[in-house]
Design a protein around this ligand. Structure first.
Ligand SMILES: *[C@@H]1O[C@H](CO)[C@@H](O)[C@H](O)[C@H]1NC(C)=O
Length: 262
């Protein structure tokens, strides 16, 4: 909490000090007015800081309820579990989910018969409920920066599912992260990502995720997969599609099915 709260304030102070630093240089010898000016500007900064502090917290909470609400692809993963089971069958035995609020997905997956599940939370774990705390304590859910190699051996999981996370990575990091997902899985990688224009990044999200989400079009993704020799799993995509139609399920996010490395 305190770290995130600190960020906007720091940014504010930095941007505030730039023009101000210039004026110190030009007028430094002249006037007592300067020190009065300093006090006034300081007071203004303080007021703005306090104001943005409290305002920031509110919008932050809004952003979180949004992440947990209907716009979230992590929630979409939970809804899609029965469809994924139809499409992937026995490949749903050992599943790794990566994304914010991963505990919610892991809990849901663990309720499925014959499915073992693990989770990687790419950002801070805060506001943990008791369920999630116990998953972390058991090592089933862990925090890891997905921009770096994942702490798992090759083919540790049958399936890897990622949601609400790749949208925050630039192509430079996607180039590292996506091959990692293909490496630690044996039967496929499933990507849940937002549609372009679906959700606007909020200031609070910026401080949580480091950069605004960039929701890319399916054309962008498909071209990206091709360029990086990530093969789409057409058979799984087709089964997923069929199962979706059968159950009148319409994903609110884009869903891509990739093959693992062999
Ligand atoms: C990502 O990888 C692709 C294919 O190897 C390459 O063409 C592209 O320049 C890379 N992008 C970045 C930002 O490194």
């Amino acid at each position: 909490m305190s770290r995130r709260q600190g960020n906007p304030a720091r940014r504010l102070a930095e941007s505030g000090s730039l023009p101000f630093g210039g004026s110190v240089h030009t007028k430094s010898r002249s006037s007592p007015l300067l020190s009065i000016g300093l006090v006034v500007v300081g007071a203004i900064l303080l007021v703005v800081y306090c104001y943005s502090g409290s305002g920031g917290r509110i919008s932050e909470r809004e952003a979180f309820s949004k992440v947990e609400g209907s716009g979230s692809c992590t929630l979409e993963v939970q809804k899609a579990i029965p469809i994924l089971k139809k499409a992937y069958g026995d490949s749903m035995l050992e599943v790794l989910h990566l994304g914010p609020d991963t505990c919610s997905v892991v809990v849901k997956l663990l309720k499925e018969e014959k499915t073992e599940a693990w989770g990687v939370e790419p950002y801070d774990l805060d506001d943990l409920d008791a369920n999630c705390k116990s998953l972390v304590r058991k090592g089933i859910v862990r925090v890891a920066d997905i921009k770096f190699p994942l702490p798992y051996q090759a083919k540790s999981f049958s399936l890897v599912i990622i949601s609400d996370a790749l949208d925050y990575l630039s192509p430079r990091y996607l180039n590292k992260t996506l091959p990692e997902l293909a490496r630690v899985s044996s039967d496929g990688v499933i990507i849940f990502s937002g549609y372009p224009g679906q959700r606007k990044a909020k200031v609070a999200e910026l401080s949580k995720f480091g950069r605004p989400a960039k929701f890319r079009s399916s054309t962008w993704w498909i071209r990206y997969f091709l360029q990086n020799r990530l093969e789409e799993n057409e058979a799984a995509a087709k089964k997923f599609e069929q199962a979706s139609v059968k159950r009148s399920y319409k994903p609110a996010c884009q869903v891509f099915h990739l093959k693992s490395y062999h």
